[in-house]
Design a protein around this ligand. Sequence first.
Ligand code: ADP
Ligand code: MG
Length: 477
Amino acid sequence: MNWDIVIGIETHVQLKTNTKQFSGAPVEFGKEPNSQACLVSMAYPGVLPVLNKESVNSAIRFGLSIEAEIASRSIFARKNYFYPDLPKGYQISQFELPIVGKGKLSIDIGDDLKEVRILRAHLEEDAGKSSHGVIEGKSGIDLNRAGTPLLEIVTEPDMSSAEEAVTYAKKLHNLVQWIGICDGNMQEGSFRCDVNVSVKKKDTDVLGTRREIKNLNSFRFIKQAIDYEVNWQIERLEDGGEIEQATILFDPESGETRSMRSKEEANDYRYFPDPDLLPLIISDEDIKKIKKLMPELPEEMKLRFEKDLGLSAYDAEGITSSLDVTQYFLSLIDLGVNPKLSANWILGNLFSKLKEKDIGIENSPIPPKKLSSLISRIQDKTISNNAAKQIFEILWEDSDKEVDLIIDELGLKQISDSNKIDEIVDEVMKTNSAMVEEFKSGKDKAFNALIGQVMKASKGKANPSQVASILKEKLSK
Ligand code: ADP
Ligand code: MG
């Protein structure tokens, strides 16, 4: 590979406010077309925009969460273009002076932490939607979405693989939900990414020409689109061709990208300050007030879990990867379960099952309380990990069942009585004297083979760590 991949992402985050960016119309999704559109959404002549204070607070919360500078004065501008779902003929956005300046978001790449620089985040409003064919042979315009508050978050071109891009997108997706500014619903379009991709030869610092993949609303599509696009660009360059700056679309059906418009066809938006809106002034006092209300951030919580609970960096990252996972984890440890065991069970058995069935942890068929009673039986050594897995499967089907009853019914209780284990070990050493000799002559492997025999003799029920220590002691005699 002679090529470096360069990626920068612009994310449209729909803010979780009750009303629109510049009017009191509601922002509920999935309502009867045009039932959530007031005169401002429909751009009647003479109406005036009034800025939504809650969306400003959301932008400030975001700025604080990425350690960015919050502009004490920012400006709304008109971005002019024609489209049937934009009756005003312009979108209100921020251009030269955005509310949130430079910040940063760290992402975990393998064992390393990589910093993605955020260039800016600005407030704007969404457009309406054209629906083709809802009325036979015609297109309809639905202005329910028109004027919905958006925060557009723009990174520097700091990511260098599809994996990094997806990790960044997931991290940002978690963060905006965590700080309560976005519902994170990607299917409904509440979080969508425009991904800018270019490639360059390894031996140069000069960036290649980017192509911008519009409106990706799933992590899988982000990965697929980047992989396809990178290959396409490299092939083209290696064939002696050139890359033209363009806006492109990803087609999930074919897995390919195709051009929407080239740079030549790009709009000249003729931005200018919106004369209907005053500059947005934010005082230090305003920022301080909001800062006080900020929750502990996922990154901070992650470090705390490593430090105070002894979780590995990997586990702490997994546990704080979403608010719902964190809450599940916290309920477990509130019930007195060992944090490391809890993290293992959540990120291991529970996650793989939830993923297999495509269920979110907030809807887990096994609630924290039930999992806690299972894990506490491992903790007090009543059952082995393997037995617990068996019980987990049963609880998954019917979480009303009592863990202790299942243990009794299936006879899964571990043998932890050392006299009993003593007896079994003696028996096994007698019948496997060759293995014992092997071990004594220096073959360490024979030790595990002997443990295997003891486990077999106990029908898998002997407590493995007790077996190991008793066996060790007897062999050293
Ligand atoms: P536009 O609105 O024209 O898309 P922006 O400045 O808003 O321009 O966004 C540009 C995005 O493209 C940023 O995320 C930036 O990091 C990214 N970008 C800029 N240059 C490159 C490049 N050569 N390769 C990949 N991404 C790039
Ligand atoms: Mg762009």
